[in-house]
Ligand binder design. Sequence first.
Ligand SMILES: Cc1ncc(COP(=O)(O)O)c(C=O)c1O
Length: 446
Amino acid sequence: MNRSSKEVIQENRDYTLFSWSVQSTSNPIYMARSQGVWFWDGDGNRWLDFSSQLININVGHQHPRVLQAIKQQVDELCFAGPSFATEPRGLLGKKLSEVTGLAKSFFCLGGAEANENAMKMARLYTSRDKIITRYRSYHGATMGAMTASGDPRRWPVEPGIPGIVRAFDPYCYRCPFGKTPDSCQRECVSHIEEIIQMEGPHTIAAIMVEGITGSNGLLVPPDDYYPKLRALCDKYGILLITDEVMSGFGRTGRWLSTQHYGIQPDIVTSAKGLTSGYMPLGAVIVSQPIADFFENQMLWGGLTYSGHPVSCAAALANLSVYEEEHLFENTENQGRYLGERLEAMRKRYACVGDVRYIGLFSVLELVKDKASKEPLAPFNGTSPEMQKLAGFLRSKQIYAFSRFNMLWVCPPLVISREELRWGLDVIEEALALVDEALGVVGAAAD
Ligand SMILES: Cc1ncc(COP(=O)(O)O)c(C=O)c1O
């Protein structure tokens, strides 16, 4: 077709709407082709995808085995309605049961739909109404999932759906209870018990949390957080729903991030890394008791594209790439190096207040001052320094996600040491510029 970047971008801007943007300020990159951890823009520049697109293209761009599985499925059976049995649908359900230890999957098209259906199933199963979620969370942009989110993106849809009650997060760097590791009694869990008492335990269907909070700051809970939360749910007959849309399927080096904590949720929601984004797919994976319940009770829900054969075939191939190419091992191995580099940055640069990481899922939290922890940009806002950082990375063709005062490093799980090192070196250059802009070069001591 040989059209210029300018033409393609103009047409996109003239005839399509970009998400989460004031349209006149949207500034898309034209992605012309991609491979592995790289993509190329329309002018032939090569970019390092340090964000795995939207933290989803886990097996990297254009993986030949996933492409082949999609092509084969398209030729064989491109579509079957949701009431039909197909080979990829059954095989995928079985595989998800094996890797999660749960029983059955309901398929949808993405993360928001998975969370909508999970909340609905929890309400049907428990005959209770309320869902407890957390403030620093994102569960999707549809009405129910958006209300369930605590993130400021929910404000425009409020009052949203009824029955959502929010709790605080395991955010140790800025503990909402003013605790330090020495004085902490896991108030981030015990205050949820108080909320349960105040709301009425018999009214609460589920507690829904991101496995590891992603786009609200990569909050890695302490080791006993999940065992305590699980025990709390069991005490009151409340279901534990873990949203593994971002944190699941390899991102932390496990199938599910809660597998690091040795607990079993009642319902897991998944999307993103399930197909690495090659086809749209979400899943609600439920425990045996919940699956048994729906043997005799109506499952009030459905979608034209539930169990889409091409999406299921893409997922099956994608999951086999994780296993056969040992990508979880690579995630742990490169993740260790990533963690060491981030810790060194925290020590070296005055603007790095905290670093949080698990596997290839990581964030740098940036501050104006290490002692006061004043954020480099306000909550739900930006600042000249953050813009400078983002602009610098863009000028070096590093594609990385930044928001408020945070910068994420979440490359595809196929990344090599060389590629990771190169990207992190550029991030260090950007941090040095921020220190310079703040006039705090050399003031990094912890
Ligand atoms: C934790 C989490 N849940 C749900 C969603 C929504 O997924 P989708 O955009 O596929 O609807 C996202 C998207 O970023 C997410 O990070």
